[in-house]
Design a protein around this ligand. Structure first.
Ligand SMILES: CC(C)(COP(=O)(O)OP(=O)(O)OC[C@H]1O[C@@H](n2cnc3c(N)ncnc32)[C@H](O)[C@@H]1OP(=O)(O)O)[C@@H](O)C(=O)NCCC(=O)NCCS
Length: 434
């Protein structure tokens, strides 16, 4: 059965569950909301639904019910490689089923047919000032392709609501494979003398990305691992929520993903991986050749906090323990670059920062998140231009958020519209007399 046929079966099985919840239990209370949650960025307010991933504060992420190690274990692997096909992972996120090798290879071939970048996108990228941030280029490239949307075409022809998911899926299948091509083009244009590498028709999503970036093995596995780890973190984070929110207006996949990427570009979200590397480099500069020690790391962390800045790569809005995505990358480092000096410094920060943040007493979670470890791996394999790191995150994040908005249309989730209150209304709720 093809991906589309499998998805149709899954959607038809799922729809009655949502309909029943709405019809029979629509007025059942989920939780009560406090003033702190209302002012505090909707933290912990349960108002989103997704079956693609779930984030437990203490266990971390599960994709379709599986932990990160289980996910890596169960999916078909690229021959001679340690990590699974991204294409198989996409099937898994979309359908909830672990694909066979044959099913995976079907997506691999489908993606190959759709990965070429339109010339007008190249022209737009080339027209941008050379100091434009790569995330701006990435988002602009995605947005520029909006004219390709089949969802828009079918919508204008007057398709039925129950069919919305089909052209959404088509748009997703057209857009996702172009993202590594777009990213590699930006990278080579900005940092590699504008010399580009043509796609290799024999390679998969991760393998061809490594090839077009110009990085030798095992960077293909680094790319696969990275994209899978960064794909989804349930719906409430800024990039996933933005993509979902914009899509809820029936904006197509191009509009929605571009918007999500703009959120990912913020320093409190995806840009933190760039900030981690920049922090590390400044720290090493300060050391001036001295061997780093726990004392020196501690001092540098306090200097950052005392300057009123956050320690990048630490803390999380939901997690309350070390991020398993951090641990998965740490394991990769222990297997592949255990003696790399920068990895040793990262480890030292891992040993010291939670204590410093606890003593500082502000953050609810003093443990590292995904961004604390990812840059060192890129740096080790030669990707030292750290302002590109969020683009890598963006390719991965697209896999999750695009799967989510396909399901949004399948389950007919409505336009999102939370209610706001005035400060005076909150004061009244609190019983404050003016
Ligand atoms: C991720 C993050 C934005 C979550 O924010 P949050 O949900 O508001 O986190 P908390 O509830 O723990 O924040 C409470 C306080 O601790 C501070 N805090 C949280 N993480 C901190 C960190 N890493 N360094 C210093 N202070 C931190 C917050 O800024 C906040 O301070 P305030 O009361 O003065 O505003 C936050 O932890 C952060 O800024 N981390 C660094 C950036 C980062 O790594 N981002 C990637 C996330 S995957």
């Amino acid at each position: 059965m093809s991906l589309k046929e499998t998805l149709l079966r899954k959607i038809e099985e799922h729809r009655p569950r949502t309909t029943r919840l709405l019809k029979e239990y629509g007025s059942t209370k989920v939780q009560e909301t406090t003033i702190e949650q209302v002012i505090g960025g909707a933290r912990g307010i349960r108002s989103l639904v997704t079956d693609i991933s779930y984030l437990d504060p203490f266990e971390g992420i599960r994709f379709r019910g599986k932990t990160i190690p289980e996910t890596f274990e169960c999916l078909p692997k690229v021959p001679g490689c340690d990590y699974p096909y991204v294409e198989g992972f996409f099937w898994f996120l979309m359908t909830g089923d672990v694909p066979t090798l044959e099913e995976t290879l079907e997506v691999v071939e489908e993606f190959k047919k759709r990965r070429a970048l339109p010339q007008y996108v190249v022209d737009i990228l080339r027209a941008m000032p050379t100091d434009t941030h790569p995330m701006t280029m990435f988002s602009a490239g995605i947005l520029a392709m909006q004219r390709e949307s089949l969802f828009v075409k079918r919508y204008n022809e007057g398709m039925k609501k129950t069919e919305y998911w089909e052209p959404m899926l088509e748009d997703v299948l057209n857009l996702l494979p172009k993202l590594p091509t777009l990213a590699a083009y930006i990278y080579r244009m900005k940092y590699k003398a504008d010399i580009h590498i043509p796609a290799d028709p024999n390679l998969d999503f991760g393998g061809n990305f490594a090839h077009q970036m110009g990085f030798a093995k095992p960077y293909d596995d680094v790319a696969r691992m990275y994209f899978i780890l960064h794909s989804d973190h349930e719906s409430g984070n800024v990039s996933a929520h933005t993509t979902h929110l914009v899509a809820s207006a029936l904006s197509d996949a191009y509009y929605s993903l571009s918007a999500g990427m703009n959120g990912l570009a913020g320093p409190l979200h995806g840009l933190a991986n760039q900030e981690v590397l920049s922090w590390m480099m400044k720290f090493q500069e300060k050391l001036g050749g001295q061997e780093p020690t726990q004392e020196l790391v501690k001092q540098a962390l306090w200097d950052t906090l005392n300057a009123g800045q956050v320690i990048p790569g630490y803390g999380h809005a939901v997690l309350r323990k070390t991020d398993p995505r951090y641990m998965a990358q740490r394991e990769f480092c222990l297997n592949n670059l255990p003696d790399y000096p920068l990895f040793k410094v990262i480890n030292m920060v891992f040993e010291v920062a939670p204590g410093v943040l606890t003593e500082h007493g502000k953050t609810k979670n003093p443990w590292p998140n995904v961004d604390a470890q990812s840059g060192v791996i890129q740096w080790y394999y030669g990707l030292t231009e750290w302002d590109f790191y969020t683009v890598l995150f963006g390719i991965g994040r697209a896999i999750g958020v695009l799967s989510n908005i396909t399901w949004d249309r399948a389950l007919a989730y409505p336009i999102e519209r939370p209610k706001s209150l005035t400060t005076a209304m909150l004061e009244e709720v609190a019983g404050i007399k003016s």
